[in-house]
Write a protein that binds this ligand. Structure first.
Ligand code: 8YV
Length: 318
């Protein structure tokens, strides 16, 4: 009889096709989320656990990392890892992996879906038809904004930002971006000032990492620079935008439209955004296609297997 390696699973992977089952098949899984008192459970069962699986949603803070004296690897499902205390892990010599690349296309596709839906009032039109309010041949809802040929601003030109930018070619758009540093490997214009980028852009897409260094990067000044005709799209992390300032701008007409997949206090969404016809609101589904979620699960499991085989991770977080 072979004994399965022990793995701590922080929460259930309910948004992944088969991650829970595949983990249970190959590992002796300690299901942390089923224990009401984490501290007591970790004190009792934590010893001897060398690997943990989690996600940005479930996180892994310093308290959890330090409650596992034998921990060596944290394998996360998803690309963002701002809720994993990588510093605390590093101090303990614990390796951390995420699942980059496999979700880039789906998240970029969704950004464009939000952009077009917001600009062309597709969600509003859908609500209008469903409510049985379509009473004439044309129209019935306000006119939208043309998409093709417009100016696309991107905040954060990493993998996902670049995939969003590339899709701009198909819409004959000029693309500019704001980043910590200008890149010398892209054909797009760099704006050192985010306010200047917002002033220039018709559409402003947030594609930067989350965490303390980008919190409220998109503030009242940036939102108002985008202006009453501008559309903001967020597929990154809610707290990158000052949600209160954005909500106020939507309410008083200082921002044209907010098309959002992420929110500052998920799953809470401000009432004023729900009540407005100038918003498109999605429940954090950037990576939520069958193919992509399966690929994320595959890569998380590959990392875990690689750790148990030779102590290395396939896609370590730098
Ligand atoms: C996941 C994401 O839905 O990869 C990410 O960073 O935001 C999404 O793919 C998220 O990780 C769920 O916690």
């Amino acid at each position: 009889m072979t004994t399965k390696p022990r793995v701590l699973q922080v929460g259930s992977f309910s948004g992944s096709p088969s991650a829970n089952q595949r983990l249970a098949k190959d590992y002796d899984v300690f299901e942390l989320w089923k224990h009401a008192d984490r501290k007591v459970a970790l004190a009792e069962y934590g010893k001897g656990i060398t690997a943990m699986v989690t996600s940005a949603n479930m996180g892994a803070n310093a308290e959890l990392i330090n409650a596992l004296p034998d921990l060596k690897a944290i394998c996360s499902w998803g690309v963002g890892y701002e809720t994993i205390d990588v510093q605390a892990a590093r101090e303990r010599g614990v390796l951390v992996s995420n699942t980059p690349d496999v979700l880039t296309d789906c998240v970029a596709d969704l950004a464009w879906g939000l952009l077009i839906s917001g600009a062309r009032r597709m969600s509003q039109g859908d609500r209008f038809v469903r409510a049985g309010r379509w009473g004439q041949v044309h129209g019935g809802i306000p006119l939208g904004t043309r998409v093709s040929g417009k100016k696309l601003g991107i905040i954060g030109l990493g993998r996902i930002g670049q995939a969003i930018a590339r899709r701009g070619d198909g819409f004959d758009m000029e693309v500019r971006y704001h980043n910590r540093r200008a890149r010398n490997d892209v054909p797009y214009g760099y704006e050192a000032s985010l306010v200047d980028l917002a002033k220039w852009a018709d559409f402003l897409v947030v594609a930067t990492v989350g965490g303390p260094e980008t919190r409220h990067l998109v503030n009242k000044e940036v939102i108002e620079a985008l202006g009453p005709k501008g559309v903001i799209i967020n597929i990154a992390r809610g707290p990158v935008i000052d949600e209160q300032a954005m909500t106020a701008a939507i309410e008083n007409g200082k921002l044209g439209c907010a098309a959002l997949d992420v929110f500052e206090y998920e799953p809470k969404v401000p009432e004023a955004l729900i009540d407005s016809d100038n918003t498109v609101l999605l429940p954090h589904i950037g990576s939520a296609s069958y193919e992509t979620r399966l690929a994320m699960e595959d890569l998380m499991l590959e990392n875990l297997q690689s750790y148990f085989q030779d102590g290395k991770l396939v896609t370590p977080v730098e």
